[in-house]
Design a protein around this ligand. Structure first.
Ligand SMILES: [Zn+2]
Length: 260
C-alpha cells in the first residue's frame, strides 16, 4: 500500500484544487480511493475543515433507506461511505430530517442548509443540496464521479424532468409512523458521468489528487447550468438507452409513458 498522505498535505491538495476558504463545500467521497491518509476518515474531515476555515461550511449527504423510522441522531447512512458516516456523528455537526434524503453540515450555514424541507423531491430547490447551491457552494467529488452527485438531481428537479419513481418511505406524523410513497427523479445515475465532458468543455471543472483519489471540483451553479442546458436539448439525456439492459432507467422511461 502507498504511504499515508499527511493532514497538512491534504490541506495543501484541497487548496491547490481550488477549495474556497469560507465557502460552502458539498463533498461526496469514496474513502477507498482516498486512503491511506493520516488520521483515516477523520483526518480527511479535519483537512476539509482546515481548508474551509472557521467561516466555511462543510456538507455531506447522509441518506438512509427510509425503511424504518428515521432518527437524525442515530440512523446510520446507507451507501454514503465511511467519511459521511463518521462526519454526521462528530461534535457540532447538524443533520437534516428528511426520512430518506438527509444531509449533515457543519459551519455558519449548517442550520439553514439542514432546516426542515418538503418530503418531495428530496433533492429539490428547497432541500440541503438546493440551499447549498443557492449559497454558491462548490461540489467536491473524491474518488467518485458525477454519478454520485446529488447536485445533478437538483438540476433534474429544477428543470422538471418527465420521469419519477416513488420510493416507499417511513414518515412520522403526529407521533404515528406510516409508509408513504416519496416520488423523485430516479434511475441508475450512470448518465450523470457525462457532466465530466460538458464541464471540461466549458472549463468549469478543476481536477487533481486529494489523498490518493482522483478529485473533481466545480461550482454547483455551473453543474446545474450545464446539466439543464443538456436537458433542454434532450429531457431524457441522463437515462440509459432502451435495450441497454438497465432496469432502473427502463423504469424511469416507463414512468414518462405513464404520465403522458
Ligand atoms: Zn441506467
Amino acid at each position: 500500500m502507498s504511504r499515508p498522505v499527511t493532514r497538512a498535505a491534504l490541506v495543501e491538495q484541497l487548496r491547490d484544487l481550488g477549495v474556497r476558504p469560507a465557502g460552502v463545500l458539498l463533498v461526496h467521497t469514496s474513502f477507498r480511493a482516498v486512503r491511506p491518509v493520516e488520521g483515516g476518515p477523520d483526518g480527511l474531515i479535519e483537512a476539509l475543515e482546515v481548508a474551509l476555515g472557521p467561516r466555511g461550511t462543510l456538507v455531506m449527504p447522509t441518506m438512509t433507506d427510509g425503511a424504518s423510522v428515521f432518527d437524525p441522531a442515530s440512523t446510520p447512512t446507507l451507501d454514503m461511505g465511511v467519511v459521511a458516516e463518521r462526519f454526521w456523528r462528530r461534535p457540532g455537526v447538524t443533520r437534516s430530517t428528511h426520512p430518506g434524503g438527509s444531509f449533515a453540515a457543519k459551519g455558519p450555514e449548517a442550520a439553514a442548509i439542514c432546516a426542515p424541507q418538503p418530503l418531495a423531491p428530496p433533492h429539490g430547490p428547497d432541500s440541503p443540496v438546493g440551499r447549498a447551491h443557492d449559497r454558491g457552494a462548490q461540489v467536491l467529488l473524491l474518488g467518485v464521479g458525477h454519478e454520485a452527485s446529488t447536485t445533478v438531481h437538483l438540476a433534474e428537479a429544477l428543470f422538471g424532468v418527465p420521469y419519477e419513481v416513488a420510493h416507499p418511505t417511513v414518515v412520522v406524523e403526529g407521533g404515528v409512523a406510516r409508509t408513504v410513497p416519496i416520488a423523485e427523479p430516479d434511475h441508475c445515475c450512470e448518465g450523470f458521468a457525462r457532466l465530466d465532458g460538458w464541464l471540461r468543455a466549458r472549463g468549469q471543472q478543476r481536477e487533481g489528487r486529494v489523498g490518493h483519489a482522483r478529485a473533481r471540483l466545480s461550482e454547483a451553479r455551473e453543474v446545474v447550468r450545464a446539466a439543464i442546458d443538456e436537458l433542454e436539448r434532450d429531457p431524457l439525456v441522463f437515462l440509459c438507452a432502451p435495450g441497454d439492459g438497465c432496469a432502473e432507467c427502463d423504469r424511469a422511461r416507463a414512468s414518462v409513458a405513464a404520465r403522458e
